[in-house]
Structure formats: structure tokens, C-alpha cells
Design a protein around this ligand. Structure first.
Ligand code: ADP
Ligand code: MG
Length: 221
């Protein structure tokens, strides 16, 4: 499904280049739940955003379902990202003045569906993450774990083949973090390919595979 070939990434730091990834080779098959682990600054988020068609590598190739992602023209790349990838960010990034339902609907803004269909899809996504009856709540009226669930619902409402999560438990206490991990595992059991970045050792227990990254290199997979 996903193949990274000799991928490298160098950022232009202030006058000094920062090599965030070096010679990364990785294959992920459909249906895997991969935990990418490593210390802060090791290149995990860079790897995830490269996988998500939102950060072009400096070297190497990224092929997803036979499509060379960074060979696409910018607008095609955006279409690809929209159809193919759901992303859960660490700072869950729910909009505070929108309800749970409206936050999920944001992901369907450009979908070619009627308003009623969008509403129905968004309600189904919230139901999948166990939030029936809480659709009209604002984020502050939800617990941390529930906010995490809304973020996951928003990422999967388009039914993307690939779900990427960057430190999905990073800002949550232990119990709510576990809820989010269990949700990702349940989605994975239902067929969703998931790649999550974490430095939470508990998360590895939920993964079918663990990839360790250190100083921009994969050290075990
Ligand atoms: P992690 O997610 O494992 O903490 P990152 O992928 O965020 O690591 O960062 C890897 C390295 O790249 C770090 O040294 C970081 O400072 C640097 N870096 C990340 N993003 C940028 C950027 N936009 N510009 C410059 N340097 C960056
Ligand atoms: Mg990071």
C-alpha cells in the first residue's frame, strides 16, 4: 500500500540546514496498525506529514497505492490528500465555537454530497466513535477523551484508506489516552490502516508493528 524509498528531508533552519530524515525505507501494508516511536526531535512528525502528502521530501520517493504522491501536480496532490488521508493532530485542533457535529462536517466541506448526506455521514462518524447524543456539544462541554474521539471522527468521516495520528494521546491523561488508543485499534480491526506517532510506550501494545526512529533514521522495524 505504502512505500517510502530512500526518503530524506532537510529543513532550512535559520541559516543552518536541519536533516530531519535520512535514507528512510519503509513499507506498510493495508490493514496494519503501525506505531512510530522515538524521542522528541527524531523526525516522527516529519515522517508522518511526508506520508500524508503534506510535506515534500528532499530526496527519495513516496508511493501510495501505485501513485507517486510527490510527482502529482499541486492540485492533484491536494485531491489525493483529501481522499486518501485522515489526520489526527496532537493539539486536536477542534474549533472551539463549533459543535462536535460541525467540527466533523468541516472535513466534508468540499465533498460532493448534499447537505443532508453530509449531516448523515457526520452523525455516523460520531456514532462510530461512541458519541451518539453528544453531537450538539461544544468542545469545552466534552471530556478530553471525547474531544479526541471527535478529532478521530473528523479524520475518518471521508472514509480515507489511511489514518495518520500524531501523538494522539500526547495531551491526554492516562485513562482518556487509553480510550483513544482503543478507538484506533477498533477502527483498525474494522479494516482501517493506521499509522500513529507516539512516544507513549503503552501505545506500542496496540500496534501490529513498531517502527523505531532515532536521529532521523529508522533503527528497527
Ligand atoms: P519529532 O516529531 O520526532 O519530535 P520532527 O519531525 O518534528 O520530530 O522534527 C525533526 C527535526 O526537524 C527537529 O530537529 C526539528 O527541530 C526539525 N524541524 C521540524 N520541522 C521543521 C521546520 N519546519 N523547519 C525547520 N526545522 C524543522
Ligand atoms: Mg512530533
Amino acid at each position: 500500500m505504502i512505500e517510502l524509498e530512500s526518503v530524506g528531508k532537510t529543513y532550512n533552519g535559520r541559516g543552518m540546514p536541519v536533516r530531519a530524515l535520512m535514507d528512510v525505507n519503509l513499507r506498510v501494508a493495508e490493514g496494519e496498525l503501525v506505531a512510530v516511536m522515538g524521542p522528541s526531535g527524531s523526525g516522527k512528525s516529519t515522517l508522518l506529514t511526508i506520508l500524508g502528502a503534506m510535506n515534500p521530501p528532499s530526496e527519495g520517493r513516496v508511493v501510495i497505492d501505485s501513485i507517486e504522491v510527490y510527482g502529482l501536480r499541486p492540485e492533484k496532490q491536494a485531491d489525493f490528500r483529501h481522499e486518501y488521508v485522515g489526520f489526527v493532530f496532537q493539539q486536536l485542533q477542534l474549533l472551539p465555537y463549533l459543535t462536535a457535529l460541525e467540527n466533523v462536517l468541516l472535513s466534508l466541506t468540499i465533498a460532493r454530497l448534499s447537505k443532508a448526506e453530509k449531516q448523515e455521514r457526520a452523525r455516523q462518524a460520531l456514532a462510530r466513535v461512541g458519541l451518539v447524543g453528544k453531537e450538539e456539544r461544544l468542545p469545552y462541554q466534552l471530556s478530553g477523551g471525547e474531544q479526541g474521539r471527535v478529532a478521530v471522527a473528523r479524520a475518518v468521516v471521508n472514509q480515507p484508506p489511511l489514518l495518520l495520528a500524531d501523538e494522539p494521546t500526547g495531551n491526554l491523561d492516562q485513562a482518556t489516552g487509553t480510550q483513544v488508543l482503543e478507538l484506533l485499534r477498533d477502527l483498525n480491526v474494522a479494516g482501517q490502516t493506521v499509522i500513529m506517532v507516539t512516544h507513549d510506550v503503552r501505545a506500542a501494545a496496540y500496534a501490529s508493528r513498531r517502527v523505531d526512529i532515532l536521529d532521523g533514521r529508522i533503527v528497527s522495524s
